[in-house]
Design a protein around this ligand. Structure first.
Ligand code: PLP
Length: 430
């Protein structure tokens, strides 16, 4: 096969051809907890990491391994780690390199669940998250101190849908030994954050990777493009001896395996200890979704662009938020970061405010009213009363949620049917 395959091909073939024993072309579900060791020496080698292999499904699983390899190939990274949810992936992404007393600098434009994790749960554990406005990359530089271990942001954060300045912020971090961790959940295929300088990618595979809305899962991808060793004391978790693994220095002991120190540490310490493993059945489900991801993203984007244009022309709609409708620097950044479409998330505000928003949602017949994005079906929600309801009014405003804001996640139905449902619901909302 040619060396440089396209995403459409990688999504079908990367990491797996056929089972060498049975010839099975579909990736088998290895629904097993444990793996028979060949002998005591083999078992000891696996535990000592001097030989790679399967020990126990909390740590590694052959089905999960294919999903990890396929996502690594699609993103152009070095290795990946499948986890139980996107939330687990965000938490592990930071906890892997930052401990109590350290801090991480995050964009304010975040999924509500991540916001809660960063503003309450991680600080309760002693890990400070400093929020900065992503419209000014320099804000990240200004918030750094000697205990800053990482930058964190989302590629295409809803509800504002302002594409994040990945290259600018990644460059600021790299000069100081600080990796940029990007949540690319809303923009798979459209953006490859590693190419813009990000060091680690976070996914909620629950969304577009699956597409079918059947399974919760998450994933971390190690770009293999960040020099942890050169970062020295800036990154003690990877450069100081780890007492939980016989004093291993992760940036050193992983050298024979390639540039995978970050992901090996996440697997062998946090996954081992906290146990947020993806179930092999869910990994199988995500592999089914992944096969058609490039094709689906095209249709998602085409449908969403048409919906955004249509909404923008309706008298009941005061504002439509979609990257292709933006102008100036925001549009330029969207064009620089996204390829092949502007995503399938759309925000809009109704002239009638909260009441019109609720009436609109209650009038939908085709679009589902659910707290999710990235499903093959079209979805709608009123964030102020649902996904963002645990945030204060000020926090909601900072994250771009106004009382009459509606979020759409446009799916793969025929565009005429999507528009017809939106039209009848808008008419009822008044
Ligand atoms: N990141 C983003 C951008 C999300 O939209 C979500 C969920 O909505 C998550 C992370 C969390 O993922 P999960 O629901 O799989 O835990």
């Amino acid at each position: 096969m040619p060396n440089k395959l396209h995403p459409e091909t990688l999504a079908l073939h990367a990491g797996w051809r056929a089972d060498p024993e049975t010839g099975s072309v579909a990736v088998p579900i290895h629904q097993t907890t444990s793996y028979q060791f060949k002998n005591t020496e083999h078992a000891a080698n696996l535990f000592a990491l001097s030989e790679l292999g399967n020990i126990y499904t909390r740590l590694q699983n052959p089905t999960n391994d294919i999903l990890e390899q396929r996502m690594t190939a699609l993103e152009g990274g070095a290795a990946a780690l499948a986890l139980s949810s996107g939330q687990t992936a965000s938490a592990v992404a930071l906890q892997n390199i930052a401990r109590a007393g350290d801090n991480v600098i995050s964009s304010t434009d975040l999924y509500g669940g991540t916001w809660n994790l960063f503003s309450n749960t991680l600080p309760d554990m002693g890990l400070e998250v400093r929020f900065v406005d992503p419209s000014d990359p320099q804000a990240f530089a200004n918030a750094i101190d000697e205990r800053t271990r990482a930058f964190y942001a989302e590629t295409l954060p809803n509800p504002k849908l302002n594409v994040f300045p990945i290259a600018e912020v990644a460059a600021i971090g790299r000069a100081k030994g600080i990796p940029l961790i990007m949540d690319n959940t809303a923009a798979p295929i459209l953006c490859r954050p590693l190419e813009h300088g990000a060091a680690v990618i976070v996914y909620s595979t629950t969304k577009y990777i699956g597409g079918h809305g059947t399974s919760i899962g998450g994933l971390l991808i190690d770009g293999g493009n960040f020099d942890w060793e050169a970062a020295g004391e800036r990154q003690p978790a990877l450069n100081n001896p780890d007492p939980s693994y016989h004093g291993a220095v992760w940036s050193q002991v992983t050298k024979p395996l390639g540039p995978v120190a970050y992901i090996v540490k996440a697997r062998t310490t946090l996954l081992r200890d906290m146990g947020g493993a993806m179930s092999p059945f869910n990994a199988f489900m995500f592999l089914q979704g992944l096969e058609t991801l490039p094709l689906r993203m095209r249709t998602h984007c085409e449908n969403a662009a048409k919906v955004a244009k249509w909404l923008d022309a309706q008298k009941q709609v005061t504002k439509t938020i979609y990257p292709s409708l933006m102008t100036g620097a925001l549009r330029e950044r969207a064009d620089a970061v996204l390829q092949g479409g502007y995503g399938a998330l759309i925000g809009f505000e109704l002239a009638g405010g909260v009441e019109a928003g609720k009436k609109f949602i209650d009038s939908l017949e085709l679009l589902y009213h659910v707290a999710n994005i990235g499903d093959a079906r079209s979805l709608a929600i009123h964030p102020a009363s649902t996904t963002h309801s645990q945030l204060s009014q000020e926090e909601q405003a900072a994250s771009g949620v106004t009382p009459g804001y509606i979020r759409l996640s446009i799916g793969l139905e025929h565009i005429d049917d999507i528009l017809a449902d939106l039209k009848q619901a808008l008419n009822k909302a008044g």
